[in-house]
Design a protein around this ligand. Structure first.
Ligand code: PEP
Length: 258
């Protein structure tokens, strides 16, 4: 049984004050460890420490939205894996579509970051997903295969245990358009088969595959109820406890048997 992971990607949002206030509400909503659901908050870098302080003692994990692959040194503007670890992060989101398509990150760059995060002892949330034009051209599975081949390049099975996948169709991110539960399930099943081919079937069954793309309270249960959907990476709806906590609750309900 895979444990649900409900992750909030705050992107370049919140102030220190509003981020800390949100963290307090999340800490109250997920105060204790739960067998069925894990909760993660990924604030902007400058707020990692104050947000982490508010989350301390709760069950909410702290994550970063990116990290550079080099060790600390002369890389102006970048943030090293050991720095986000030092701030209390356990997870790092990598290869988010905004980093791929706005900042121009390639699969090769993302792979270096994945390896740096794993060797730093953290868990990578590796995002993959197709553009609308790619879906319309029938290329979804080919795009996912390419991103998985790139992201997992040179990574052993034991290292791959420190990767969570997030399937995020680009056309569904921040658009209000959500993949149907069937579209999400089909992509997740494809990703799990890729893992079974690359590693083995037993390993593929252990990997958590999150869905991301306009997840909200009203669609969370139907998406999370799919057999291969093991959680959600939530953008817009993660910025308020009132919209994020119901997604956690949907996962709790399903983890408790529906
Ligand atoms: C995201 O940021 O990864 C995301 C899925 O955003 P949204 O939930 O706003 O679509």
């Amino acid at each position: 049984m895979r444990r649900y992971l409900i992750a909030g990607n705050w992107k370049m949002n919140t102030t220190r004050q509003s981020g800390v206030a949100l963290a307090s509400e999340l800490a109250a909503a997920a105060a204790k460890e739960e067998a069925g659901v894990e909760v993660l908050a990924c604030p902007p870098y400058p707020y990692l420490l104050p947000v982490g302080e508010k989350l301390a003692g709760s069950a909410v994990r702290l994550g970063a939205q990116d990290a550079y692959f080099e060790a600390p040194g002369a890389f102006t503007g970048e943030i090293a894996v050991e720095m986000v670890k030092d701030c209390g992060c356990q997870y790092v989101i990598l290869g988010h579509s905004e980093r791929r398509h706005v900042m121009g990150e390639t699969d090769a760059t993302i792979n270096r970051k994945v390896r740096a995060v794993i060797s730093g002892g953290l868990t990578a949330v590796l995002c993959v997903g197709e553009l609308l034009s790619e879906r319309q051209a029938g290329q979804t599975e080919a795009v996912l295969d390419r991103q998985m081949d790139g992201g997992y390049s040179g990574i052993s099975e034991s290292e791959a245990a420190s990767i969570v996948i997030a399937y995020e169709p680009v056309w569904a991110i921040g658009t209000g358009v959500t993949a149907t539960p069937e579209q999400a399930e089909s992509a997740h099943e494809h990703l799990r088969k890729w893992l079974a081919r690359r590693y083995n079937a037993a390993f593929s069954e252990k990997v958590r595959i999150l869905y991301g793309g306009s997840v909200k309270a009203d669609n969370a249960e139907s998406l999370l109820g799919q057999p291969n959907v093991d959680g959600a990476l939530v953008g817009g709806a993660s910025l308020k406890a009132a919209t994020f906590v119901p997604i956690i609750e949907a996962a709790r309900k399903l983890a408790a048997g529906g």
